[in-house]
Design a protein around this ligand. Structure first.
Ligand code: F6P
Length: 324
C-alpha cells in the first residue's frame, strides 16, 4: 500500500482534527502518501481530494471542527454515487481509506468496502459515544464538559430563583452525554432514550424533593421517548399543577459539538488515528480502530453499527442515589 486517504463524515466532533493529524503524520512516518478528502462522502463523489503533507496538519491538534469539513451525503446512499466515488479514488491511485465518523459513516464504509473491496479502517468520531467497540468516542469528553459547564451556570440561576429547569442535551439515540453531564452536575433526574421514564414517578419525587430543595435540574437527552425537554416540561408542569413553581427549558444544542478538545479527546483521537493507519498497513479492513481497556481494538464495522453499547448501569444508579 502506497497511497491512502482520510476523511471526516457525519456530525463533527471535537478531536477530529487531532485524529486527522495522527493519520497524516503516521502515514508519512511509515513512508505512505496521504490525501485528504474534503466534505466526507460528498467530496469523494465530487473528487474534492488533495495531497496532505506534515505541515498541512500543523496547528490543528487543539481545534474543534474538522479541517477536512464534514457532510451527511444522500448521494453516497445511491449505487451511482458510490461508483463515482470509487472512480475518483482510483484516478488518484488511493488504495486505502481512513473514515472518521459515527454510525452513518461506518454504514457507508461497510457497503463501499463490500462493493469495491477497498481497504477501510474507521476511527470513532461522534460526541454521542454510541459506537460499539470503543470505550469512548472522539469528542464525547469535550461535549460532556461543555454541557457540564453550561448546566453549572444554569444551576446558579435556578437556585437563585427556586426554579425547576429542564435542560436538553444532544443524543439522538443514546443517553451518554445526558448521564455523564447529569452525574457531574448533580442533576436530580436524567431522562435517556435507553430507559423508559415514568413521568408520574418524576412528579412524585419532585414534590418530595421540594421539602428539602428549592430548585431542581432535569437533564433530558434529545432522543428521550417522552419527547424533548420542552414537551416533557409541559407534561410535568401540568401534573405538578402548582402556580407558585416556575419551570424553565434550556436546549444546549450545537455548542456541544464545538470547542477545543479536552486532553482525553486529543489523546484518544491521536491513538485511534495512528492505529487506523497501522491497521491498514497490516492488512486490516472493514473495521474500526477503537480503545477498550486502554488497548487498541479493531472491531468489524458490522458490529460497530449493529451492536448496542449499553449505558453503564452504575451511572444510572448514581443519579438515583445521589439526588435525594
Ligand atoms: O450524532 C451527533 C449529533 O450531534 C447528535 O447528537 C445530534 O442529534 C445530531 O448530531 C445533530 O445533527 P445535525 O448537526 O446534522 O443537526
Amino acid at each position: 500500500m502506497k497511497k491512502i486517504a482520510v476523511f471526516t463524515s457525519g456530525g463533527d466532533s471535537p478531536g477530529m482534527n487531532a485524529c486527522i493529524r495522527a493519520v497524516v503524520r503516521t502515514a508519512i512516518y511509515k513512508g505512505l502518501e496521504v490525501y485528504g478528502i474534503y466534505h466526507g462522502y460528498e467530496g469523494m463523489i465530487a473528487g474534492d481530494i488533495k495531497r496532505l503533507y506534515t505541515y498541512s496538519v500543523s496547528n490543528i491538534v487543539q481545534r474543534g471542527g474538522t479541517m477536512l469539513k464534514s457532510a451527511r451525503s444522500e448521494k453516497f446512499r445511491t449505487p451511482e454515487g458510490r461508483k463515482k466515488a470509487f472512480e475518483n479514488l482510483k484516478a488518484h491511485g488511493i488504495e486505502g481509506l481512513v473514515a472518521i465518523g459515527g454510525d452513518g459513516t461506518f454504514t457507508g464504509a461497510k457497503i463501499f468496502h463490500e462493493e469495491f473491496g477497498i481497504p477501510m479502517v474507521g476511527c470513532p468520531g461522534t460526541i454521542d459515544n454510541d459506537i460499539y467497540g470503543t470505550d469512548y468516542t472522539i469528542g464525547f469528553d469535550t461535549a460532556v464538559n461543555t454541557a457540564l459547564d453550561a448546566i453549572d451556570k444554569i444551576r446558579d440561576t435556578a437556585a437563585a430563583h427556586d426554579r425547576i429547569f429542564f435542560i436538553e442535551v444532544m443524543g439522538r439515540d443514546a443517553g451518554f452525554i445526558a448521564v455523564e453531564s447529569g452525574i457531574g452536575s448533580g442533576a436530580e433526574f436524567v431522562m435517556v432514550p435507553e430507559t423508559k421514564t415514568d413521568l408520574d414517578a418524576v412528579v412524585k419525587s419532585l414534590k418530595n424533593l421540594r421539602k428539602t430543595k428549592t430548585s431542581s435540574i432535569i437533564v433530558v437527552a434529545e432522543g428521550d421517548k417522552e419527547g424533548g425537554a420542552a414537551e416533557i416540561m409541559t407534561k410535568v408542569k401540568s401534573k405538578i399543577n402548582d402556580k407558585n413553581k416556575e419551570f424553565k427549558v434550556t436546549t444546549l444544542g450545537h455548542i456541544q459539538r464545538g470547542g477545543n478538545p479536552t486532553a482525553r479527546d486529543r489523546v484518544l483521537a491521536s491513538r485511534c488515528g495512528m492505529a487506523a493507519v497501522e491497521g491498514l498497513i497490516a492488512g486490516k479492513s472493514n473495521c474500526m480502530a477503537g480503545i477498550m481497556n486502554q488497548e487498541v481494538v479493531y472491531t468489524p464495522f458490522g458490529d460497530c453499527i449493529g451492536k448496542t453499547k449499553p449505558l453503564i448501569p452504575d451511572h444510572l444508579k448514581l443519579i438515583e442515589y445521589l439526588s435525594i
